[in-house]
Ligand binder design. Structure first.
Ligand code: GRF
Length: 211
């Protein structure tokens, strides 16, 4: 593995499709000197994702790689993998990235891709999690950070944060309460995994095949 830059930081790429508030929370955390990751690239599959603007204003290299520019999923993912490799990416955080990654992509970056999902997994995989939680009348809801595998929201859970469901909650008020927790949980879990990568580096036990 080629070492680019200081070994006490993992090189983190964030993949988004939209607003990018989780991306922003990770970027803010990564500004603190002791944080074990640096955001070196933001990729969006959506040219108009507001998060792209946020990242470039913060001086982070950004790339829009829209699916429609490619004949098929394989070619689209190959372009993303090329961009990740060029940035010597060691860790990937999906933050509102709205596509399912293929087994090939996930295999290439095994245990190197994280996602945040707005539910207490394994409950409420997929979309409209807040609506579904309210419809079921659950008393507790929250968010999960998990490793990404080729299933939808299915990889091993790394950490969760819980919030109460209040009597007059709407999907919007519940989403806002969960989102506040997402912005705490995701930077903390990225730091945890990034720290493992840094330690693997230092101990020379890095077997990652992406470089
Ligand atoms: C978040 O609710 C996240 O849990 C889900 O998509 C949403 C992304 O929001 N995966 P943002 O783009 O980070 O603001």
């Amino acid at each position: 593995l080629k070492t680019i830059g200081p070994v006490n930081h993992a090189r983190l790429a964030i993949m988004i499709s939209g607003r990018g508030s989780n991306m922003k929370a990770i970027m803010a955390a990564a500004h603190t000197p002791d944080y074990p990751a640096r955001v070196t690239l933001v990729i969006s599959d959506n040219l108009h994702a507001p998060g792209l603007e946020t990242a470039s204003r913060a001086g982070i290299p950004t790339m829009a790689i829209p699916r429609k520019d490619f004949d098929n999923k394989q070619a689209h993912e190959a372009a993303i993998i090329r961009a990740l490799a060029q940035a010597h990416t060691q860790l990937i955080a999906l933050a509102g990235y709205m596509r399912i990654l293929s087994p090939h992509f996930v295999g290439f970056y095994e245990k190197r891709i994280l996602n945040i999902h707005p539910s207490l997994l394994p409950a409420y995989k997929g979309l409209d999690t807040h609506e579904r939680a309210l419809a079921d009348g659950v008393h507790e809801h929250g968010c999960s950070v998990h490793y990404v595998d080729a299933s939808l929201d299915g990889g091993e859970v790394i950490g969760q944060a819980r919030v109460p469901v209040c009597e007059n909650d709407t999907p919007e008020t519940l989403a806002a309460r969960v989102l506040e927790q997402e912005h705490q949980l995701y930077p903390a879990m990225v730091a945890k995994i990034a720290q493992h990568i840094v330690e693997e580096h230092i101990n020379g036990t890095q077997h990652w095949k992406g470089s």
